[in-house]
Design a protein around this ligand. Structure first.
Ligand code: APR
Ligand code: PHB
Length: 389
């Protein structure tokens, strides 16, 4: 088989790239290790920057999102029983949009299928060959039968545990990592959200987050120990702990119910450099991970796809490789800023096991400064709504 761009991974990054390239007449094949149902069964974040929304519109897949999403003009930060708002609209003129990653991925799959876009599921042993030459190929097997795709370029959109990053030799690749000493226990429940905006809560018992998907679907998180497993937490224990960490008025209003999903995610900051090796590009989680505190996971993937699809369109339309040559540099310049913001939000709001009394006072002083200082709020707001591409 031959295609112009072989895309490894059918998560949001791979699907969005394939759909954007399709709109410009560029042929792709997406290879996905799992099934569509498996990919859609994963519960992930749901805060989109305006830049992401624009990209979905450019890809022609924004219709349902535009109807069903919720615009958030601000967020709430609480510490102990104190709370204050960060007004994105006033501070930046912009906002974020609430629309679940699951829904967005479903829209992308539907759009690919509507135009007979080629997606191969259940691929095994995906291997990227000759990426440092002018004629790369990707081999893989499905049900024991071997296949090969010859292509011009390969986009590695296969997430943190994929093969694409590993294809870049260690002599070229440099990785930066920070692992945090706690995780997030997340619960999805068919209950109305406790507040119309998200609440990021710093408490003496650890961080908590009140988020949502729609009027009757809420997503809550509490900071937990890395040795915990979801089975250790009954629904009742989760709600009790959440109520202790959020402001009293929110705790009183909170509608609890049966959890329909419960999982623990470790927190990590990770960046690999470079994001291009010859004719192989890395995008999204394959190249970088952020702790979820700044809601940047999906949004950093989107900015990579923005730079890469423009670079490929430029090449196929004009033969100019400028965008391709600059892809890694441009993508990383924005990624590192999102890494900094996510790291900062994480440090500001969590309890760390080795924190001294002094460290706690520093954290508190920083939150109190943020509470009253418009410039500090503006820095948070600019980063949260998304830095320009
Ligand atoms: N071959 C083919 N597919 C693979 C392989 C492989 N060797 N390894 C992994 N995959 C697939 C996974 O099954 C997954 O569906 O690649 C896909 C990668 O998707 P994600 O992990 O979702 O990564 P990405 O598309 O970059 O999305 C960005 O933003 O909210 C965050 O982490 C969250 O998933 C989110 C990410
Ligand atoms: C979510 O809704 O899952 C969510 C929202 C904001 C975050 C992280 C996760 O910072």
């Amino acid at each position: 088989m031959r295609t112009q761009v072989a895309i490894v991974g059918g998560g949001p990054s791979g699907l969005l790239l394939s759909q954007l390239l399709h709109r410009k007449g560029i042929d792709t094949v997406v290879l996905e290790r799992k099934t569509r149902d498996y990919v859609l069964g994963r519960i992930r974040a749901g805060i989109l920057e305006v830049g992401f929304v624009e990209l979905m519109r450019e890809a022609g897949v924004a219709e349902r999102m535009d109807q069903e999403c919720f615009v958030h003009d601000g967020t709430v930060i609480s510490y102990g029983d104190e709370q204050f708002g960060i007004n994105f609209k006033e501070l930046t003129g912009s906002h974020v949009v609430v629309y679940g990653q699951t829904e967005l991925t479903r829209d992308l799959y539907d759009a690919r299928e509507a135009v007979d876009g080629k997606i191969v599921f259940n691929t095994e042993n995906v291997t990227i060959n000759d990426a440092d030459t002018d004629s790369p190929n990707v081999t893989y097997s499905v049900d024991g039968t071997e296949h090969r795709i010859d292509c011009d370029y390969v986009a590695g959109c296969d997430g943190f545990h994929g093969v694409s990053r590993q294809t870049i030799p260690l002599t070229v690749r440099k990785e930066y990592e920070k692992v945090y000493p706690f995780g997030w226990l997340g619960v999805l429940s068919e209950t109305p959200p406790v507040h119309e905006e998200l609440i990021y809560a710093s408490s003496g018992r650890g961080f908590a987050l009140c988020s949502m998907r729609n009027e009757n679907l809420s997503r809550y998180y509490i900071q937990c120990s890395l040795s915990d497993s979801p089975e250790d937490w009954t629904d009742e224990a989760f709600w009790t702990e959440l109520k202790r960490r959020i402001p009293a008025d929110a705790a009183e209003r909170l509608v609890t119910g049966r959890s329909i999903e419960k999982s623990i995610a470790p927190l990590r900051s990770f960046v690999t450099e470079p994001m291009r090796w010859g004719r192989l590009f890395l995008c999204g989680d394959a190249a970088h991970i952020v702790p979820p505190t700044g809601a940047k996971g999906l949004n950093t993937a989107a900015s990579d796809i923005h730079y890469l699809h423009h670079a490929l369109v430029q090449f196929y339309e004009t033969g100019d490789t400028d965008g391709i040559d600059l892809y890694s540099e441009r993508a990383l310049a924005r990624i590192w800023k999102a890494e900094r913001f996510s790291w900062w939000m994480t440090n500001l709001l969590h309890r760390f096991p080795d924190q001294s009394e002094f460290d706690l006072r520093m954290q508190r002083a920083e939150i109190e400064f943020l509470r009253v200082n418009r410039e500090a709020q503006s820095v948070l707001a600019q980063n949260y709504v998304g830095l320009p591409y």
